[in-house]
Design a protein around this ligand. Structure first.
Ligand code: GLN
Length: 476
């Protein structure tokens, strides 16, 4: 097997055993990038020089017999809304197209401290709003499995970077499915842990009560390993309390497949789900039953409203978050203006793309004095009802199982209305609404494009999702 097709833990092992150098590893990835990235459009910034320097440093450290960090031998890409000191951080927006981050995000610092090699910053939907990378100022990222299709989004560059063998692991962010859905579209494992597991310091906010950093990789073990390094409370992010259930040894405390009670939301029966996705989920259910799990359908009434509640609440948080991009504090500034009002209007009209503007407008409307009671407050109440309803399911079931996305990767040429696009997030947004974790695992269905099934554990029981994912991986 080609070196670049291996998982991160495999390349680490080879490096630690002295079978490869980090320099040859990075060079192999760079060769793939130079060959394929012009077509796929994965990277916003390739950090060739920095990656080679870090590789050399690690090779020398090993030579001298010095201690090596937990990420030594693992090459990582980072979504372009996560800060890496002295490197462009564009959020794939014209607004930040020239913005260089003056500091590292906490997750970046943790990776660097653990001796990870960061190979570059990758494309995404503008400010993480979207499901395809089509809203990126830099254009769509093609799916390496089938380049006529999208790689998903918003962390489409993250998924494509791993699927195209440009690196072993990628950091993404997930506000309503942006780690899990691109992982599913590209045949990878992707996990968003429970809200509050990982610091958001240095991550550009989309909707703070929904956003969480996640990891995409070729195996559950890789995802788990990196999450265990990133997890931990942080004084600079008051919502971040850490999550011990992500630690490696906790997996033994989770239930094995044979003892599981699995709930499938019955909306799956009536929702418009593509045949291959339905087939893959049915195969997964059959496999689980064959291993002794109890699998049953449950009614979760609030799911009918999940998309509506999500978009009201998320846009309500997006609008104020985007107000900081005003031409003065950060990034783009319009060339022509004669007063401060015009400076704001022109900068924001020229700097933001259509999807971002749409969300700012909807968000400002529903948060206005006249409408917040009607929309925002009602949706907040519904969010709490939803948490209660899911908690009731978790009283009697260990996990919820559903497709990650109702479709396989969508053709790039297919035009969809915003609402059609939003509807495809039905199975991922509830996880962010209730603040729990979710992992997407690739499952095969005959010779279809990649399909992912999603495992949702009770909040802060992420070890259960990881264990079940590990038991399903490669078996369906
Ligand atoms: N597709 C969803 C949206 O457009 C989720 C985005 C995300 O998770 N960042 O809102």
């Amino acid at each position: 097997m080609n070196l670049t097709q291996k998982t991160g833990l495999e390349t680490r092992e080879l490096f630690l055993n002295g079978e490869i150098t980090c320099t040859e590893l990075v060079e192999a990835y760079l060769e793939n990038i130079k060959r394929d990235d012009e077509d796929l459009n994965v990277f916003v910034t390739v950090m060739e020089k920095e990656a080679l320097e870090k590789a050399k440093e690690l090779d020398e450290k090993r030579e001298r017999g010095e201690a090596l960090g937990k990420m030594a031998g693992i090459v990582v890409s980072i979504k372009d809304n996560i800060a890496v000191k002295d490197v462009l951080m564009t959020c794939s927006s014209k607004m930040l197209a020239n913005f260089v981050s003056p500091y590292d995000a906490v997750v970046t610092r943790k990776l660097k401290d653990a001796d990870a090699i960061i190979i570059g910053k990758v494309n995404m939907d503008e400010f993480a709003m979207g499901s395809s990378t089509k809203t990126s100022y830099f254009g769509v990222t093609k799916n390496p499995v089938d380049p006529t299709r999208v790689s998903g989004g918003s962390s489409g560059g993250s998924a494509a970077s791993v699927a195209a063998d440009f690196c072993a692991v990628s950091l993404g962010t997930d506000t309503g499915g942006s780690v899990r859905q691109p992982a599913a579209f590209c045949g990878l494992v992707g996990m968003k842990p429970s809200h509050g597991s990982i610091s958001r310091y240095g991550v550009a906010s989309m909707a703070n009560t929904f956003d969480q950093v996640g990891v995409l990789a070729k195996s559950v073990d890789d995802v788990h390993y990196v999450l265990s390094i990133l997890e931990g409370s942080d004084v600079r992010d008051a919502t971040c309390i850490g999550n011990e259930s992500l630690q490696l040894d906790k997996i033994d405390e989770a239930k094995p497949l044979g003892e599981l009670k699995v709930a499938i939301p019955d909306i799956f029966k009536t929702f418009d789900v593509q045949d291959e996705v339905r087939g893959a989920l049915e195969n997964t259910m059959a496999y689980m039953k064959s291993q002794g799990a109890e699998v049953e359908f449950v009614n979760i009434e609030s799911l009918d409203l999940a998309i509506a509640i999500y978009h009201i609440l998320v846009n309500g948080e997006i609008a104020p978050n985007m107000s900081r991009y005003d031409g003065i504090n950060y990034g783009y500034i319009a060339e022509d203006y004669s007063n401060i009002e015009e400076l704001y209007v022109r900068t924001r009209s020229e700097g933001f793309g259509t999807e971002v503007k749409r969300r700012i407008m909807i968000g400002s409307y529903i948060m206005s004095m006249d409408h917040s009671k009607e929309y925002f407050d009602q949706s907040l109440k519904m969010r709490h009802c939803m948490i209660e309803e899911f908690n009731n399911v978790f009283e009697t079931h260990d996990i919820i199982l559903c497709p990650t996305s109702p479709t396989v990767a969508v053709p790039i040429a297919r035009d969809m209305t915003p609402v059609q696009t939003y509807m495809l997030d039905l199975f991922t947004v509830p996880v962010n609404l209730i603040g729990t974790g979710g992992i997407s695992v690739p499952v095969r269905f005959e010779d279809s494009l990649p399909v992912g099934v999603q495992i949702i554990p009770k909040k802060s029981n992420d070890h259960q999702a990881l264990r079940t994912a590990k038991e399903l991986e490669g078996n369906i």
